[in-house]
Design a protein around this ligand. Structure first.
Ligand code: MOS
Length: 705
């Protein structure tokens, strides 16, 4: 940027302040990867991408601020832009060389040799498009100062991360920052990290000494927040005639921004899925002139499992094998990468139950063989997979003498149902009514919980709340058995339980909480505890207080931990117009203990609907000359509406897993939209005989032979 003209903006009545790179030296830059997602934090003068924030106008009214912002002009020394794959000037780097998180990618044996000598082999390429978050709640921020105390109201998936990251940017003590986010209206990864706006609004509020509120437009959300970058895949599979795989090679390419090495490297998960024999994986970060991508529901597995599960279908076709049978033959209970056992795995049970419910055995495998009038019918299936994550968490729980309970932990309600499941857990553990439990989350003044990401919330926070409730039980039971009077005096604490507001013994004798509290001379018992999962360092909690987070799980523990599922879809493709419909989809899923079957059902149903969206609707269009997004609104960015979604059936497969975490929960918020796109692509092939390897599958891709 060579000049910025603010004259016209400043002349607009009620404009209070304009922040630009020339007057915001207080804003410190933070590094990519630590608490924040992007290193493009400054207001310029260097421009990394279209839509980068170059000025923030504050006015008495939203209208005045918008008008003033529109009237600011800037000049630039122009350079050619590299927008996406195929452009000149991209920089391609091996992910293991640039990403701290992905220094080692799965390798086992000699995959090239195994595939070269395989009885049957395929060599295929796939691609997935850019997708943008369009949460109904926009990317808002409100900043309020009271003296040197800053309070930020912002929809956030990680209040401790945001608090510490903003403090770092403003070079102030994090103890002086509070982040409040009691409910989040759509997040899915887009609100898990700090974006540039937050510290800017906090600084504006400080300069003006009054609260400042930002509500960016939907179009601005495409460039001031993160998104799912487009990917490309080269997959080779080798198999014996009997269907046993002998080799899997997967190379991926992912677009990132110029300065940041954001990468999801989904081969870390895809390589665990089947008994492949030899494995070779590689991932390339492709730096383009774009805003930095970030997490979007099931970030690694959505693109990589789409590619793998499409290739699995192609191999099944080439082998002349039923695709379900092909997966059964290659099922495994140990990691094909390093031989570690799975903590539990119910993939084939999922396939069997979903196939039955779907009526899979009525399928004629020949493409275009099933038809209803002008509609070609296609049936396809694919695997869903998601790594089980668990992180450190702390909780405070108070049990009152009258049975009221308060649960506090800085978890995040992003539609995951955390208020509901923590209430349920505390009520069950402390033997009180559900309606007596109050849960407080979404505030950095509460004990810390991890980011609501990686589907870890249930596992981590339930484990912490369970531990805290058990500490209360222990104190209560100790008081009951050491008393001089009462029905439990002299009994063993191990025989006691809590039920209906009473401490109940093995012999059925019961004593009301009030009595025990009365004898103890207290009106409540409060406990605070910290849960650190196996495999993490003890200082994981201290790091969490500091806004830094480590999680474990997936392929990284003593056992490999994954939730899994099988999805079956019917598509109907019009023989003449090639219009594509999805009349029904059936998914069966196993994810350890399910805290609440109703919230779980909704998560899985929503996931599959998002999968239908990925397969047929969603894609951000990019003007390759200027590296700009052209459909940055909900009219042109297609998502399914009710008329696109017919029958969605969810089957919950029972699974018990004692290894994953004390709660036995695998987490499944990000499970069901994995595999859906492949299942649909496979069904479209079955309907039409045409294999579309580039998402989304739209009518025009089925018009040519
Ligand atoms: Mo999720 S994309 O891990 O918030």
């Amino acid at each position: 940027m060579t000049s910025l003209n603010l004259d016209e903006a400043k002349a607009i009545p009620s404009v209070l302040d304009i922040l630009t790179y020339e007057n915001t030296s207080e804003l410190k830059e933070t590094k990519f990867g630590v608490r924040c997602s992007t290193s493009v934090q400054a207001l310029g003068p260097q421009i990394f991408h279209a839509g980068q924030i170059i000025a923030v106008v504050v006015a008495d009214s939203f209208e005045a601020a918008s008008q003033a912002a529109e009237s600011i002009t800037a000049t630039y020394s122009e350079e050619a832009s590299s927008a996406t794959f195929g452009a000149q000037g991209l920089e391609e780097v091996d992910a293991t060389k640039q990403s701290q998180q992905h220094k080692h990618l799965p390798q086992a044996g000699d995959a090239d040799g195994a595939i070269a000598h395989a009885e049957v082999a395929i060599d295929v390429e796939y691609s997935t498009p850019t997708q943008h978050h369009n949460p109904i709640e926009l990317f808002t921020t409100t900043a309020v100062w009271t003296g040197d105390q800053l309070t930020i109201y912002e929809p956030s998936q990680f209040v401790y991360g945001l608090k510490n990251a903003v403090a770092e940017r403003l070079a102030i003590n994090p103890d002086n920052v509070r982040v409040v986010s009691n409910y989040v209206g759509g997040a899915f990864g887009s609100k898990g990290t700090m974006t540039p706006r937050t510290a800017m609004i906090a600084l504006a509020a400080k300069r003006l000494n009054r609260p400042v509120k930002l509500v960016p437009t939907r179009a601005q959300g495409f460039t001031i927040a993160t998104y799912r970058a487009e990917t490309r895949h080269h997959i080779r599979l080798g198999a014996r005639r009997d269907g046993r795989l002998v080799g899997y090679s997967h190379e991926g390419w992912e677009i990132s921004s110029r300065p940041d090495p954001y990468v999801v490297a989904g081969v870390e998960d895809s390589a665990q899925l089947y008994a492949y024999g030899a494995i070779a994986t590689k991932v390339n970060i492709v730096h383009a002139d774009r805003n930095t991508p970030g997490y979007m529901r099931s970030p690694p597995v959505v693109p990589y499992i789409y590619a793998l599960e499409s290739a699995m279908d192609e191999m099944a076709v080439k082998l002349g094998m039923d695709p379900v049978e092909f997966r059964r033959v290659n099922d495994t209970t140990t990691s094909p990468v390093d031989g570690k056992p799975y903590s539990s795995r119910s993939l084939i049970q999922c396939y069997d139950l979903a196939a039955d419910a779907f009526g899979w055995k009525g399928r004629n495998p020949t493409p275009s063989s099933m038809r209803d009038g002008d509609w070609l019918i296609g049936w396809g299936c694919a695997t869903a997979l998601y790594p089980t994550h668990v992180g450190p968490a702390a909780a405070r729980v108070r049990l009152m003498h009258n049975g009221d309970v308060k649960v506090q932990t800085a978890a995040h309600e992003i539609g995951n149902g955390v208020y509901t499941i923590l209430s349920q857990l505390a009520a069950e553990r402390l033997g009180v009514n559900l309606s007596s439990v109050r849960v407080e989350v979404g505030d950095s003044r509460l004990p810390p919980a991890p980011v609501a990401g990686g589907s870890n919330t249930s596992a981590s926070t339930c484990s912490a709340v369970l531990k805290t409730c058990d500490a209360i039980r222990a104190r209560l039971f100790h008081a009951a058995v050491t008393a001089n009077e009462g029905p439990h005096a002299g009994q063993s604490a191990d025989d006691l339980t809590l039920k209906d507001g009473q401490v109940v013994g093995a012999n059925g004798a019961a004593e009301r909480l009030e009595n025990i509290f009365g004898r103890m001379g207290v009106s409540s018992i409060e406990e605070y505890s910290e849960f650190v999962p196996d495999g993490l360092k003890p200082d994981a909690i201290a790091e969490l207080y500091d806004g830094r987070l480590t999680m474990t799980g997936g392929p990284h523990g003593k056992k490999v931990m994954y939730a899994s599922g099988a999805e079956f879809v019917e598509v109907r493709v019009h023989a003449l117009t090639r219009e594509i419909r999805v009349p029904r989809i059936v998914g069966a899923f196993a994810a350890g203990r399910l805290m609440n079957t109703r919230t779980v059902h909704s998560q899985l149903m929503g996931g599959m609907i998002w999968g239908i969206s990925s397969a047929l609707h969603e894609a951000t269009d990019i003007d390759t000359q200027y590296a700009r997004y052209t459909n940055d609104n909900l009219a042109d960015y297609s998502v399914p509406v009710n008329a696109d979604i017919k029958q969605v059936e969810v089957i919950l497969v029972p699974e018990v897993d004692h290894d994953v975490n004390p709660a036995g929960v695998k987490g499944l918020g990000e499970l069901a939209n994995v595999g859906t796109a492949a299942a649909i692509a496979n069904a479209v092939y079955h309907a039409t005989g045409k294999r579309v390897r580039d998402l989304p599958i739209r009518i025009e891709k089925l018009l040519t032979a």
